[in-house]
Design a protein around this ligand. Sequence first.
Ligand code: SAM
Length: 444
Amino acid sequence: MSRTRDHQVGLPARRAATNLLDAVLQKKQPLDDVLGRAQDGGYMFDLPARDRALARAIVGTSLRRRGQLDAVLNSFLERGLPAKAGTLYPILLSGAAQLLFMNVPAHAALDLAVRLAQWDPKAKRYDKLVNAVLRRVADKGTEILSKLNAPRVNTPDWLWDRWVRAWGKERALEIAASHLVEAPLDLTVKSDPEGWAERLEGRVLPSGSVRLLPKGRIEELPGFSEGGWWVQDVAASLPAKMLGDLAGKRVADLCAAPGGKTAQLLLAGATVVAVDSSPTRLKLLEQNLKRLGLAAETIQADAATWQPEERFDAILLDAPCSSTGTIRRHPDIPYLKSDKDIAELAGLQARLLDNAVSLLKPGGTLVYSTCSLEPEEGEAQVAALMARNPAIRIDPLRPDEPFGDTEWAQASGILRTFPFQFQLDSPEWSGMDGFFAARLTREG
Ligand SMILES: C[S@@+](CC[C@H](N)C(=O)[O-])C[C@H]1O[C@@H](n2cnc3c(N)ncnc32)[C@H](O)[C@@H]1O
């Protein structure tokens, strides 16, 4: 294949990556939304699987390494980035990512980036700038990178400051370092973890989850359509387990969609009422349960005000949150969320908690969880609930129950996980989402 033809072959994937980065970083759209749209008709709908995978890898690397890439680019953009330049910034960012972190040969990365600029009416007058800047990135970028603290510079200040305040500098660095590597794919299986691990070339984790390295579309993996398993990070599988054996119990799963925890509650023997305010997400939950051969009553309602006639033996409240514990999987979060979002979400979580408590039978159990590293959405939320409502107590994790003796169980009896935990033998196989969960009881 000639060099020109080779480059043309790589163009659609680069164009998709540029458009995806433009949507996330310049138009502030969540990556999952634009990728989702891509499947059914948007950015990548007509690309073969190999190009889709390449586009995703370019986008992931550009977001994970954005701080380093910006530092390198800025040192060659003497007058900064021109305004109103269309996709110029995503072209430079993704070009630098390919040169510095993806082993793409310089001639290919440069040629493709220049073509992308020429194709965009707003960026085309900067085609020579693209060529000049990326040439310097190829020559000098590695040297500049060697002077940077990668975990720190790839974490925006607003998150870095929060994590240092909450967890100290050492842990903040460990959290940030974990975000440089894409997360593995964890599955919760209905049964036979060893069998599924063998079929999917995965490993069984001590918790019973099966871990794989991400490969292609999830819907195409063996066992998906027959409902043998569902995708759920190992940390996300822990809160429902804190409710223990639920045989014969009536359980409300508030904020239930897409249903990973509903499925766990059903398999633990509960009769489940699954509540979510989003009709589209509730539909997804229904589809997921159907695929898994499970059934729950589903209700579309605002869980902050919902008042059914009967109270529940147990409640799981897996509240909407900033999701800063899932940045390994969602590297766009640092650039889309803010302190303001966290304050607003904390207000909603408090209202959800107050209503959840009112739905609990005396002596009943409530597990409150979030996939956030922010204490306002976890530890502080529970402390404030107990101050408002003296009948609520923490029912501490005991050393003799599953994972009660792990580093995730805190002295106060709550669960707190970090993305740098769960280290296996290589970074690609390691890590877990950052999660908070507390088991609470209502006395009287
Ligand atoms: C963290 S997700 C839940 C994940 C789910 N528990 C699982 O394990 O698959 C939060 C959910 O809360 C829902 N939600 C947000 N605000 C809500 C509200 N006021 N009432 C009910 N559901 C809400 C969202 O639609 C979203 O599906």
